[in-house]
Design a binder for this molecule. Structure first.
Ligand SMILES: Cc1ncc(COP(=O)(O)O)c(C=O)c1O
Length: 414
């Protein structure tokens, strides 16, 4: 992404011309950013020690999955259909780790049939699994008792969290594995998403290793994802170089005391795809109240939920006038809800932006993760197209939905 002559370019193509060609709104992904995010992360760890399982819930577009597979990624999947899509995108069953939550047993049966790695996060499900598949191998997700993240909805560890087997119930896990002759080959934890400092990550790692040492048959320990990306201009990035060095040296120490070679897994989502994605929208309306100037666009929380759901900040650029006389505005979508505010930042809704007019293209940055993947068809508005750009070339990787797509599942009453 770069700005030349006050105009936004994505891999050398102007954002405005992409909208002209593919329509608005439009999700655009920069391939070079995606690849370099993966390579940079990979280079921080010794090759033989680490497996990266891309958390495909962040963005499950098949072209993105294929690019990350080419780069050497494996997969973290949360549902049966994610597993199916990963398989159909060319991942080997043993590259896919299924970590459901409150998933039904049929989803697990599907993974058994497909020979996908299964990670179980509840004692009740472990019992059910053991009864059906005694003498097999699984891993377990534990709740290490601590959580972290950029919003309460994003914290997935600690006593308020529904995820994983609480770390004080490990004796029951071990007893169950004995009862059903299960081999527990992995311990997994994931404490949250949008984490900006190493401390909670390393603390959770410590707790997880404390549990892992009680398991005699491990092949891997998985420390989950959650690596934050800087959304705000002033935000400091998580120091991945430092964190990866610390994780590596602590893990090596653990391997020494464990006495057997083990793999470390991590499951980044946002870190890999977040910075690669841009949502292009078109200004459709400008209106004033005594308090605010509202700039309305042809998208909304149906396409980008993070501002409404978490108060998450996304930088906004006027693609044809990246800098200029600024005014305080509230950027809103076309969804019939007063919470449909795209310029949110916590409780703040006002953003200073160059004066916009109807027809201008507004770009929302860093939306590659949990953007389209969390979208809906609310207000009977179809999902936008997705385009991949690379070195001046653009390719459609998902067409926009149509009226027919929206009505396809209706069943007529006879
Ligand atoms: C089990 C698990 N692993 C990995 C991730 C990816 O998190 P992030 O996108 O913050 O890296 C998630 C996200 O919710 C998750 O639930």
């Amino acid at each position: 992404m770069k700005i030349t002559d006050n105009t936004l370019y994505l891999e050398d193509i102007s954002a405005e011309s992409l909208v002209q060609e593919y329509g608005s709104p439009l999700y655009v992904y920069e391939e070079s950013v995606l690849r370099s995010q993966f390579r940079q992360l990979r280079s921080g760890f010794p090759e033989e020690l680490l497996s990266i399982h891309y958390s495909m819930k962040a963005n499950s577009n098949q072209s993105i999955l294929r690019i990350l597979r080419e780069e050497g990624s494996s997969i973290d999947a949360v549902s049966e259909l994610e597993v199916r899509l990963a398989l159909e995108s060319g991942f080997e069953p043993q590259q896919i780790l299924f970590t459901g939550n409150n998933n039904n047993i049929e989803e697990i049966e599907y993974c058994v049939e497909k020979k996908v790695l299964i990670n179980i996060g509840s004692l009740a499900l472990l019992e059910l699994y053991g009864e059906r598949h005694p003498g097999t191998t699984v891993s377990v997700r534990i709740n290490p008792g601590i959580g972290a993240g950029h919003h309460a909805h994003c914290i997935t560890g600690g006593p308020d969290s529904k995820f994983g087997i609480y770390h004080d119930q490990i004796d029951s896990v071990l007893a169950m594995s004995k009862k059903y002759s299960l081999t527990l080959n992995g311990v997994h934890s994931h404490i949250g998403t949008g984490i900006f400092s190493s401390e909670p990550m390393l603390e959770a790692m410590e707790m997880t290793l404390g549990v892992a040492e009680k398991f005699p048959d491990l092949e891997f320990v998985d420390f989950g994802g959650g690596f934050g990306i800087p959304y705000r201009p002033e935000q400091l990035a998580l120091d991945m170089k430092d964190l990866s060095q610390k994780m590596t040296s602590r893990f090596r120490q653990f391997i020494n005391s464990y006495g057997r070679d083990l793999k470390m897994k991590i499951e980044p989502g946002k870190l890999l795809v977040g910075p690669a994605g841009i949502l292009l929208t078109t200004v459709t309306n400008i209106s004033d109240t005594p308090k605010h100037r509202f700039v309305g666009v042809d998208s909304g929380f149906n396409h980008l939920l993070r501002p409404t759901m978490y108060g998450a900040y996304h930088k906004i650029i006027n693609a044809g006038c990246a800098s200029g006389n600024e005014e305080d505005v509230v950027v809103v979508g076309n969804i019939c809800e007063s919470g449909d505010i795209l310029s949110k930042s916590g409780d703040e809704i006002i953003r200073s932006l160059p004066k916009a007019k109807i027809g201008d293209v507004l770009a929302f940055l860093d939306v590659g993760a949990y953007g389209l993947s969390m979208s809906s068809q609310y207000n009977f508005r179809p999902r936008p197209a997705e385009v991949l750009v690379q070195e001046g070339q653009s390719r459609l990787i998902r067409r926009a939905e149509t009226y027919e797509d929206l009505t396809r599942c209706f069943v007529e009453i006879k």
